[in-house]
Design a protein around this ligand. Structure first.
Ligand SMILES: Cc1cc2nc3c(=O)[nH]c(=O)nc-3n(C[C@H](O)[C@H](O)[C@H](O)COP(=O)(O)OP(=O)(O)OC[C@H]3O[C@@H](n4cnc5c(N)ncnc54)[C@H](O)[C@@H]3O)c2cc1C
Length: 390
């Protein structure tokens, strides 16, 4: 029996789900809000773990292609003190394939392959229990019915309200992201500082992290503890000096104003480290939101969630990995379910397994964020000493 399956969202979780179903010759409708694959910048680099994201790619038959594209050398990790002293410098062994990095855009293209994604299809609401299945409403007023709707539509999921009342809450930590292009040619000193993978500097309640992507592109993340409206009054919320004109609200779209505020926030840090901000291009504001740790719901026939829609957690390198493995596992279960009763049982069993694994990672990443952006920067170092292979 061919179930009518829709997945909402063409991120890592949704595309992996669709690609594994496709491998099993099971039809799947992929509905994505973006009007085209390249409608917005794809984002930074992802490390895919052997027992999570890479396992999922194996289920999709894409492991060899991933190995050809990914950067094992990107596993290198260096930690500096705020004065620029190198505190740790981990280099991967040449044969280390535990967590190689891949650009998000490359991963997306790899997963897309032969998939026939319906671009520009923004879902507004999902209604289970309709006479003929689960009803999906679109922003253009259309509606369609499916036997199973998989919500892979990320943090602000429009599918989630059909089965859960949970909503993401702010962690108290904000990232401001910037980028450097062609770093080896234009900023060779910074290229050397960052190395082949990631470089991080941890201070009191703040951090600067730089990650190499392919093609000499670098993403830089300024991270700090602050109220959500920190930019509305820099003196009151951030303790920045009134004389420097920091009391007025910061226009987050004003690149130079954001740059000078960040430079003030990281004042006193080593000049080469601050060059990461001085040379950054646009700045993107990313307050970190999470779903409650251990988020579950009462099973609703015909609707489920995977990835960030199910378990948005701090970005400590597992969100995409978990979403991909969930997508792959759910697809295998769906493909193996002959009748509609079997399909529902398969989804139920999948949810139990997902909740247990995601709950464990949500605890780990929540505790990790507390230690990485902490009043005591030695906590960040201790965290890495525990998790980095020696
Ligand atoms: C700075 C940063 C670094 C990170 N680094 C890592 C890392 O190294 N490793 C890792 O595993 N994770 C990492 N993460 C986490 C990772 O980005 C997410 O967990 C992952 O992208 C979640 O994948 P997803 O497919 O569930 O959702 P998303 O990637 O958010 O994809 C959701 C998709 O759904 C679409 N969509 C949304 N709403 C609708 C709608 N209404 N209708 C139709 N389509 C819709 C969106 O356009 C999008 O394409 C990082 C996160 C951040 C912020």
């Amino acid at each position: 029996m061919r179930h009518r399956i829709a997945v909402i969202g063409g991120g890592p979780a949704g595309l992996t789900f669709a690609r594994v179903l496709h491998r099993h010759d099971h039809p799947v409708t992929v509905l994505e809000r973006d009007p085209a694959p390249d409608a917005r910048p794809p984002g930074g680099t992802l490390d895919l773990h052997e027992k999570l994201g890479q396992l999922a790619l194996g289920k999709a038959g894409l492991l060899a292609e991933f190995q050809a594209l990914s950067r094992p050398e990107g596993q290198a990790m260096r930690i500096l003190d705020t004065d620029g002293t190198v505190l740790r410098d981990w280099q991967p062994r040449p044969d280390d394939t535990a967590n190689p990095e891949i650009d998000r855009g490359q991963l997306r293209d790899l997963l897309l392959g032969p998939l026939d994604v319906q671009w520009g299809r923004c879902v507004t609401e999902v209604v289970p229990g309709a006479r003929d299945g689960v009803l999906v409403h679109f922003a253009d007023g259309r509606q369609e019915t499916f036997d199973l709707v998989v919500g892979a539509d990320g943090a602000w999921s429009r599918v989630r309200p059909a089965i859960s009342s949970a909503t993401p809450h702010y962690t108290g930590v904000t990232l401001v992201e910037t980028s450097l292009d062609d770093v080896d040619t234009r900023h060779p000193d910074l290229a050397r500082l960052i190395g082949d993978g990631s470089m991080a500097v941890y201070g009191v309640n703040r951090a600067l992290v730089a990650q190499r992507n392919s093609g000499g592109h670098v993403k830089v993340y300024a991270q700090f503890r602050a109220p959500l409206d920190w930019h509305t009054n820099l003196e009151r919320h951030m303790g920045l000096n009134r004389r420097a004109g920091m009391d007025a609200g910061l226009d987050l779209a004003d690149v130079e104003a954001v740059r000078s505020s960040l430079l003030a926030l990281f004042d006193g840090w080593a000049a080469p480290v601050l060059d990461l901000l001085r040379h950054g291009t646009a700045f993107v504001h990313r307050p970190l939101y999470v779903l409650p740790v251990g988020h579950t719901w009462a099973h609703v026939p015909g609707v489920t969630l995977v990835g960030d829609a199910a378990h948005l957690m701090p970005p400590l390198g597992v969100g995409a990995n978990l979403g991909m493995l969930e997508g792959a596992e759910l697809a295998e279960s769906v493909a193996a379910a002959p009748s509609s009763g079997d399909l529902d049982e398969a989804v139920r069993a999948f949810e139990e397994q997902m909740w247990a694994r995601a709950g464990m990672w949500a605890k780990i990443t929540t505790a990790g964020l507390e230690r990485l952006v902490s009043p005591d920067p030695t906590e960040a170092l201790a965290f890495f000493d525990e998790v980095q292979p020696s």
